[in-house]
Design a protein around this ligand. Structure first.
Ligand code: AMP
Length: 282
C-alpha cells in the first residue's frame, strides 16, 4: 500500500500528533527524492529506533546556487513512493515550495564552525545556510524524536549536529554509514549524470580514498599522503576540489591520525560537470 502523502504542515502534524498521543516515537529522514538504497538504509535505521517513520521529499531551491542543477535535479516522485511503500515508510512529507517558503519569508539559519571548514562551503558558499534553514524547518514541522542523515554528506551531518546542539532542537541527530555500489562508488542521486565511461572512472575515487586512509593509518602524515593522492586523482581524469584530512567533528585540519582523536578523510572531485563527494573514517 502506498504511504499517505502530506503536503502541508497541518497534514503532517495531524499524523504525528496522533502517533505521539499513542506514545509512538517518530523518526524523520529528510531527502531530496530520487531515492536509492542509501536513502532506504536511513529509513531502516529510523525504523529500528522509532515506531513511526516520516520521509520528507523536497528539492530545496535555497541550497542550489544559480549555476547549479536545481531545475535538472532528478525527480522521480512516483518511483520514490513505490520504493517507500515497499520499505514501509509510514508517511511521506512532500511539502510545496510555498509551505517551506511562504510569501514574505525572510528568516534563515546561519551556520559556522563545521559549515565554514573550507570543504563543500568553499565551492558552494550559500549551501549550508540553505541546508540548515530547510532542515531546521523540517525538524520543527515534524518534531521527530530522531532524524537520520547519511555519512555520505559528512560535512552536512556535522553541520546539522552542531545546529541541533546550538539551537536546543529536541531531536537526536543520527548518522548512518554510506551505502556503496559493488565497485565502491557511493550511491548518489547525481550518479545518473555520469556517462558509462565516467561511471567506470568514478570508482577510482573511493579506491584512492581508501588507499590514502590505509597510508594515514600506518602512521604517514597528511603532507606525505595527500599531495600524491591528489595527483593520482588528477591523472585519472578528476578535477579535485579538495582531498583533506580533518578532525571528525570540528572538521579542523589535521596532520595525522592519532589514537583517541578521530579524523576523517574527505574529498570532492569533478568528472566532467558531475561533482562527486566521498569520505572515510581514518
Ligand atoms: P539527498 O536526497 O541527496 O539530499 O540525501 C538525503 C539523505 O540521504 C542525506 O542525509 C544523505 O546524506 C543521505 N544519503 C545520500 N546518499 C547516501 C548513501 N550513498 N549512503 C547513505 N546515505 C546517503
Amino acid at each position: 500500500m502506498m504511504p499517505p502523502v502530506a503536503r502541508t504542515v497541518d497534514e503532517l502534524r495531524a499524523a504525528t500528533r496522533a502517533w505521539r498521543a499513542r506514545g509512538e516515537r517518530v523518526a524523520l529522514v529528510p531527502t531530496m527524492g530520487a531515492l536509492h538504497e542509501g536513502h532506504l538504509s536511513l529509513l531502516r535505521a529510523g525504523q529500528a529506533e522509532a515506531e513511526r517513520t516520516v520521509v520528507s521529499i523536497f528539492v530545496n531551491p535555497t541550497q542550489f546556487s544559480p549555476a547549479e542543477d536545481f531545475s535538472s535535479y532528478p525527480r522521480s516522485f512516483d518511483e520514490d513512493l513505490a520504493l517507500l511503500a515497499t520499505a514501509r515508510a509510514d508517511l511521506v512529507y512532500a511539502p510545496t515550495a510555498a509551505t517551506i517558503y511562504p510569501e514574505g519569508f525572510v528568516t534563515t539559519v546561519s551556520v559556522g564552525g563545521p559549515a565554514k571548514a573550507g570543504l563543500e562551503d568553499a565551492a558552494r558558499p550559500h549551501f549550508f545556510d540553505g541546508v540548515a534553514t530547510v532542515v531546521a524547518k523540517l525538524l520543527t514541522q515534524t518534531m521527530p524524536d530522531i532524524a537520520l542523515f547519511g555519512e555520505k554528506d559528512y560535512q552536512q551531518l556535522q553541520v546539522v549536529k552542531r545546529m541541533a546542539l546550538d539551537l536546543d532542537l529536541p531531536v537526536r541527530i543520527v548518522g548512518a554509514p554510506t551505502v556503496r555500489e559493488p565497485d565502491g562508488l557511493a550511491l548518489s542521486s547525481r550518479n545518473v549524470y555520469l556517462s558509462s565511461e565516467q561511471r567506470v572512472t568514478a570508482a577510482t575515487l573511493p579506491a584512492i580514498l581508501r588507499e590514502a586512509v590505509a597510508s594515514l593509518r600506518s602512521g604517514m602524515t597528511a603532507s606525505e599522503v595527500l599531495p600524491p593522492a591528489r595527483v593520482t586523482l588528477h591523472e585519472a581524469g578528476f578535477f579535485v576540489d579538495y582531498f583533506e584530512l580533518r578532525d571528525a567533528s570540528s572538521l579542523a585540519p589535521r596532520e595525522r591520525a592519532a589514537a583517541g582523536l578521530p579524523a576523517r578523510l574527505l574529498t570532492a572531485a569533478k568528472l566532467g560537470s558531475t561533482r562527486l563527494i566521498d569520505n572515510w573514517a581514518v
